[in-house]
Design a protein around this ligand. Structure first.
Ligand SMILES: C[S@@+](CC[C@H](N)C(=O)[O-])C[C@H]1O[C@@H](n2cnc3c(N)ncnc32)[C@H](O)[C@@H]1O
Length: 264
């Protein structure tokens, strides 16, 4: 873990600073009051371990742990077929609202999954990602090693982020938001960790995409059972009034929404 990363990390629950400790049993991050300790496993700090979650987060942690092996194949094929473009170009359309970044800007992806977007953004930016699925994070780590692309990974929930306020120059999430257990709390967290002036971008599937693709795909069929229209609505009403430049657009022929705003 880079020293500058330790400086922006905090306990996701108490927001205390963290100290990096190497013990005989392994490496840990410990908050100032020493009431907890978070293990670092294969370079990934674990703030919320397998099985510790509740509600939708537990359901989708299990789901993504199960499908991690097939995820890239499915997403790349879907992007290429639906957009008739190479998958990187098609996926780039989904995160385009993040906009231009300067070299060494800190870019934060919530629900980074297997790290497909590492191949979309410039290598110059400092990339940070969190996810609740260990199997997805493990694949992300292997991708980063294969690409020789530094990325700082954390196992944590969107609703309780392990970063101090005003840590990032861009915050985005693609494909996970509809699954988050507490959408309002997660937007609050995106705003907390964003620097003033930072763009926040939330992209996810619309009900149209779920109806026409998920329902016909064996691995995705079980998602959004009985709650599709609500769960897939663009969360524009959850964005606080005082945020600047609020927008809601549709991408990929209405299959994805993109809600974006800037922290004033
Ligand atoms: C569809 S995948 C998207 C992965 C990646 N963003 C991409 O574009 O390929 C959604 C990811 O969000 C993660 N996720 C779901 N709920 C989450 C939560 N509450 N906090 C953090 N990550 C979450 C899942 O584990 C999964 O890896």
């Amino acid at each position: 873990m880079r020293p500058e990363t330790l400086q922006i990390l905090c306990d996701p629950f108490s927001h205390q600073s963290l100290e990096h400790i190497v013990a005989q049993s392994g490496e840990y991050l410990v908050p100032t009051d020493r009431q907890r300790r978070y293990q670092i496993r294969d370079g990934v700090a674990i703030f919320t371990d397998t099985g510790q979650l509740e509600g939708l987060n537990l359901k989708y942690q299990r789901f993504y742990d199960r499908i991690a092996f097939f995820y890239d194949l499915y997403v790349k094929a879907m992007a290429a077929i639906l957009r008739r473009r190479p998958w990187r170009a098609a996926r780039g359309e989904l995160s385009a609202a993040v906009g231009e970044l300067r070299p060494s800007d800190r870019l934060f992806e919530v629900g980074i999954g297997t790290g497909l977007n590492l191949e979309v953004f410039s290598r110059e930016v400092q990339y940070y990602g969190v996810d609740i699925s260990w199997n997805m994070l493990r694949r992300c780590r292997l991708r980063a090693i294969r690409l020789d692309r530094p990325v700082e990974l954390f196992m944590a929930e969107a609703e309780a982020l392990p970063f101090k306020q005003a840590s990032f120059d861009a915050v985005f999430t693609v494909g996970g938001f509809n699954f988050f257990r507490d959408k309002r709390a997660s937007i609050g967290e995106f705003i907390r960790v964003a620097r003033p002036g930072t763009k926040v971008v939330i992209v996810d599937e619309t009900a149209k995409h779920v109806r026409t693709v998920y329902r016909r795909t064996p691995i995705a069929r079980g998602t959004f059972k009985g709650q599709m229209e609500d769960a897939c609505a663009p969360p524009i009403d959850l964005v606080p009034q005082d945020m600047a430049d609020k927008r809601c657009e549709l991408l990929w022929d209405g299959r994805f929404y993109c809600v974006s705003f800037a922290k004033p």
